[in-house]
Write a protein that binds this ligand. Structure first.
Ligand SMILES: *[C@@H]1O[C@H](CO)[C@@H](O)[C@H](O)[C@H]1NC(C)=O
Ligand SMILES: *[C@@H]1O[C@H](CO)[C@@H](O)[C@H](O)[C@H]1NC(C)=O
Length: 140
């Protein structure tokens, strides 16, 4: 009986402590940064989380857009985005549209706990240090 009371106290102390500490831990605050690495076209970006619309963005070449959030305690945070651009060729211009999960907590939480940087290329999004040397993730 006494031991169960003690463990209940410890348990609630742990959770209350966790809830209080939550906003003060930088590690638990993530920025997603999206760069337009398509050199000859604006990039239309529109990202969503379930029940949340981040609104449409228009990125001229070389510019970026970012949003931030607290990853979920339950490890299920996800943002998907649509990407649109015009592929300009000599013969014709073609509007291209693609989608990608720009943040999936199970994939990204340990890879980019503070800052997830993505370079959007026509071959796919590259995560990491720059558009050079980039191995794109496949479009979804
Ligand atoms: C992106 O997420 C939103 C909200 O959860 C959903 O309505 C939409 O169908 C998703 N789009 C894609 C391409 O997965
Ligand atoms: C864009 O156009 C180039 C030709 O300039 C072509 O090789 C490439 O496959 C096109 N990409 C897309 C996503 O349409």
């Amino acid at each position: 009986m006494i031991s169960s009371v003690i463990s209940l106290c410890l348990l609630s102390f742990f959770f209350i402590g966790l809830v209080h500490a939550w906003p003060n831990i930088p590690f638990l605050h993530t920025v997603v940064q999206i760069h337009n690495a398509i050199t000859n076209s604006d990039l239309a970006v529109h990202c969503y989380a379930p029940y949340y619309d981040l609104g449409p963005q228009d990125l001229p070449p070389g510019t970026q857009y970012e949003f931030q959030f607290k990853p979920s305690f339950f490890f299920n945070t996800k943002f998907n985005c649509s990407f649109g651009w015009t592929n300009i060729t000599q013969s014709n211009d073609m509007d291209v549209s693609r989608t990608f999960d720009i943040y999936a907590q199970s994939r990204d939480f340990f890879r980019c706990p503070d800052l997830c940087t993505w370079w959007i290329t026509i071959d796919g999004p590259c995560r990491g240090v720059g558009s050079f040397n980039c191995v794109p993730f496949p479009w979804q």
